[in-house]
Design a protein around this ligand. Structure first.
Ligand SMILES: [Zn+2]
Length: 298
């Protein structure tokens, strides 16, 4: 894996990774990190890459609580003694990482299979909660842009004419690979895509994908994937089925392979989010009978 930062614009860099890490240079050789990757080896790689161009990480912005975005926080906080900034709702989970497998397991204490590093990063303290709007961190002015949906309190970061849009938009290869992008709230996710599309940046960097200056194409690809998933979940509700049945039908329709128990639970939550969306839209409804909750088309 590369340990070389790529410069997007003057002072705005990223380290290409499975989950890209943003790096913004600050006055006096400092750097603000946007997310930290999945674990401490990822975090070490970020520090090394910064050192190559004489930067030292001095602050972390954690955009949302997913473990592939905050897994390196603990190592960096412990070794560099730097603060973490995170959106309010996300910070609750970043500092109590059991909450991710806890909610995926329906609010019961999760089985061991859900406590792996992909779903449960080491907890890290959050020093400052981020508010939407313009903020100054280490003498650098940043735009903090709410983009809820994929995660309930997720925020993107704008710096000069670069937007670190993290998991608000996925690269086309990722959309193709996963078939149905993980989400907690489909309506909010669509609104957030439109917010990013209509924002005034020249360069957009998804966390999973390549940087692009063609925001219209990237937004359209993401909306198309979501629309395809909406129709697949709707179709899967005929005939009526319980959640586990709907999930299996969606997997068949979109040619998904859950591979392991964590992926099964991630997709179960995603399909539940689509069912909630379709319920709001009046296209499906829940129906309780014989101690079973059925989902059916309206
Ligand atoms: Zn994520």
């Amino acid at each position: 894996m590369s340990s070389t930062l790529i410069e997007l614009r003057s002072g705005a860099y990223y380290l290409p990774s499975a989950a890209n890490v943003g790096v913004i240079a600050t006055p006096k050789d400092g750097a603000i990190l946007i997310d930290t990757g999945s674990d401490k080896s990822h975090a070490r790689r970020v520090v090394e890459a910064c050192q190559v161009i004489d930067l030292r990480p001095r602050a972390i912005i954690t955009t949302h609580h997913h473990a592939d975005h905050c897994g390196g926080n603990g190592y960096l906080v412990r070794n560099l003694n730097i603060p973490v900034y995170a959106p309010p709702l996300e910070s609750a989970i970043v500092s109590n990482t059991i909450l991710e497998p806890f909610y995926l397991f329906g609010g019961a204490m999760p089985i061991d299979a859900l406590r792996d590093k992909w779903l449960m990063a080491p907890a890290s303290p959050v020093a400052f909660e981020l508010e939407a709007g313009t903020v100054e961190i280490n003498r650098v002015e940043l735009d903090i842009i709410p983009i809820p949906g994929h995660a309930p309190g997720m925020m993107a970061v704008g710096y000069e004419d670069v937007c670190y849009c993290v998991d608000g938009l996925f690269g086309p290869d990722i959309l193709e690979k996963y078939g149905i992008p993980f989400t907690a709230d489909v309506a909010q996710q669509l609104d957030s895509i439109e917010r990013l599309r209509s924002a005034d940046y020249e360069m957009y960097l998804p966390a999973h994908g390549e940087p692009t200056d063609d925001i219209d194409a990237l937004a359209a690809a993401n909306c198309a994937a979501i629309e395809r998933a909406i129709e697949a979940v709707h179709l899967a509700c005929s005939p009526a089925g319980e959640l586990s049945e709907i999930l299996a039908r969606v997997a068949d329709l979109l040619d998904l392979n859950f591979e392991n128990i964590p992926k099964f639970y991630l997709m179960q939550t995603t399909v539940a989010a689509y069912l909630a969306y379709l319920t709001q839209e009046g296209r499906v409804a829940p129906w309780l009978e014989d101690n079973r909750l059925w989902w059916h088309q309206v």
